[in-house]
Design a protein around this ligand. Structure first.
Ligand SMILES: Cc1ncc(COP(=O)(O)O)c(C=O)c1O
Length: 397
C-alpha cells in the first residue's frame, strides 16, 4: 500500500495552504532544491561543458522518459522528454498526417485544450493540402470517426470538466476506421493509471509540471508506439534527433526510434527538478493513487453539494468517466475562486465559469478537502466573493 503520509512529507507546501491546484502546477518536491543546487554548483559550475558526458545530461531525456513511461504504461525506450507540450502535439500530429497522406481530416473535440487545436490549425495551414480540423462535442466524437479521418487527437481528461474519455474504446474505433490516434495525457500522467500500450495509442504526449510536479516550465514528453518508432517522419528535424548528431552531417537522417522525436538542446536545469519529482513516484502504486483520488473526489463533491447549492457540478459522477479533478460552475466563478484563495484554499478558474480543484493524494488528504468545503461554504453563504478586487482578472487565471 502506498503511504500517502510519507509522500506528503516529501513536498514543501506553504503552511496554512490547502493546495488543490496540482492539476495546473504541482508543488515543490523538497529534494528538488538540493538537486537543483547540485546541478548548478557541482555539475554546471564544476564540470562546465564536461557535464554533458560526466553528469549524463544528454542521456536524461531518455532515462526520465522511461520513468514517466512506467506511469503511463509505455514500453521501455519509447518515451522521450523535451520542448513544451504544444511542440510535442505538433510533432505527433505531423507524423500521423504523413502516415495517412490520402486523408484530410484531423478529428478532435471541443473539450480539447485550445493549444492542441491551434497547433492542428497551424499545421494544416502550413501543409496547404486542404486538411480540416473537426471539433464536435466530446460526447459526439465517437460517432464522428469516419473513413476520412487521418488522425483522432484527443486529450484524455478534459481540462475544464475533468471528464475522461475511454482511451481503449475510442482508439479501437479509430483504428477500425483506418485512422491513427494521438492522446494528450496532460491531465492523466500522474493523475490516474494510464495504459498507452494496452490501449493501443499510436502517439501520446503530456506535460510534467502538473500532476508529475516537475516545476513551472518543466519539459514535455512524447510516446511513440514501437510499431511506428522507426517509421515516423519527424517534422521538426533538429540536430539532436539526427541519427549521428555529432557527425555534423549537412543533411538530416532521422535518429533511431524515439531519438528522432528529440529536437534541440535539452533543458538541463529543469530536468534536475523533474528528476527529484520523479523520485517521489518510485514509492507510489497508481491503483492506490486512483482509489484515494476517487475517494477524496467523492468526499469533496458530497461536501460542496451539501453546503453550496448554487454551485453546479461540471465533473461526471461516475468514477470511470472522471479524471483527478473536480469542477463546479458558477457565473461569478472567477471572483469566488479569488475569495477562496484569499482564505488559503488554492484552486483555479477556467473561462467562462469553471472553478477547478485538483485532487492529488500525494499531498492532499481529508483535512484539505474538508477545509476547502468549509471555506467554499463560507464564501458562498456570506457572498464574500462579491467584491470589486476579486473580479479584477489577473493575466493568469
Ligand atoms: C491538455 C493540454 N494540452 C496542451 C497544453 C499546452 O502545454 P504547453 O504550454 O506546455 O505547451 C496544456 C497546458 O496546460 C494542456 O492542459
Amino acid at each position: 500500500m502506498t503511504d500517502f503520509a510519507a509522500t506528503r512529507a516529501l513536498f514543501d507546501l506553504p503552511p496554512g495552504v490547502a493546495y488543490l491546484d496540482g492539476n495546473s502546477l504541482g508543488p515543490l518536491p523538497r529534494a528538488a532544491v538540493a538537486r537543483m543546487e547540485r546541478r548548478m554548483r557541482e555539475e554546471w559550475g564544476g564540470m562546465l561543458i564536461g557535464g554533458w558526458n560526466k553528469a549524463g545530461w544528454m542521456a536524461q531525456p531518455r532515462s526520465l522518459g522511461d520513468r514517466i513511461g512506467r506511469l503511463i504504461g509505455a514500453e521501455p525506450g519509447h518515451v522521450v522528454l523535451g520542448d513544451t507540450l504544444s511542440i510535442k502535439v505538433f510533432q505527433a500530429l505531423a507524423a500521423c498526417l504523413a502516415m495517412r497522406p490520402d486523408r484530410r481530416v484531423v478529428l478532435s473535440d471541443l473539450g480539447n485544450f485550445p493549444s492542441d487545436l491551434y497547433m492542428a490549425e497551424g499545421l494544416a495551414g502550413m501543409l496547404g493540402r486542404g486538411h480540416a480540423l473537426r471539433t464536435p462535442e466530446p460526447e459526439a466524437v465517437e460517432a464522428a470517426i469516419g473513413e476520412d479521418v487521418a488522425v483522432l487527437m484527443l486529450t484524455e481528461v478534459d481540462y475544464r470538466t475533468g471528464r475522461r474519455h475511454d482511451m481503449a474504446r475510442l482508439t479501437r474505433k479509430a483504428h477500425e476506421a483506418g485512422a491513427l490516434v494521438v492522446w494528450d495525457l496532460a491531465h492523466s500522467a500522474g493523475a490516474l493509471p494510464v495504459d498507452v500500450a494496452g490501449g493501443g495509442a499510436d502517439f501520446a504526449v503530456g506535460c510534467t509540471y502538473k500532476f508529475l510536479n516537475g516545476g513551472p516550465g518543466a519539459p514535455a514528453f512524447i510516446y511513440v508506439a514501437p510499431r511506428h518508432a522507426d517509421g515516423a517522419v519527424p517534422a521538426l528535424s533538429g540536430w539532436l534527433g539526427h541519427r549521428a548528431p555529432f557527425a555534423f552531417e549537412p543533411s538530416y537522417r532521422p535518429g533511431e526510434g524515439i531519438e528522432r522525436m528529440r529536437v534541440g538542446t535539452p533543458p538541463v536545469l529543469a530536468m534536475a527538478a523533474l528528476e527529484a519529482a520523479m523520485d517521489v513516484w518510485d514509492g507510489v502504486d497508481m491503483e492506490d493513487l486512483r482509489r484515494e483520488s476517487l475517494r477524496l473526489g467523492d468526499r469533496f463533491i458530497a461536501g460542496v453539494e451539501r453546503a453550496c447549492p448554487e454551485l453546479v457540478l461540471a465533473t461526471p459522477r461516475e468514477h470511470e468517466r472522471r479524471g483527478s479533478q473536480v469542477s463546479f460552475r458558477h457565473p461569478e466563478g472567477y471572483a469566488v475562486m479569488q475569495a477562496l484563495i484569499a482564505r488559503g484554499v488554492v484552486g483555479d478558474f477556467r473561462a467562462p465559469d469553471i472553478l477547478r480543484f485538483g485532487i492529488t493524494p500525494l499531498y492532499v488528504g481529508e483535512a484539505e478537502i474538508d477545509r476547502a468545503v468549509e471555506a467554499l461554504a463560507e464564501v458562498m453563504a456570506e457572498r464574500l466573493w462579491d467584491r470589486a478586487e476579486y473580479r479584477k482578472r489577473a493575466a493568469v487565471t
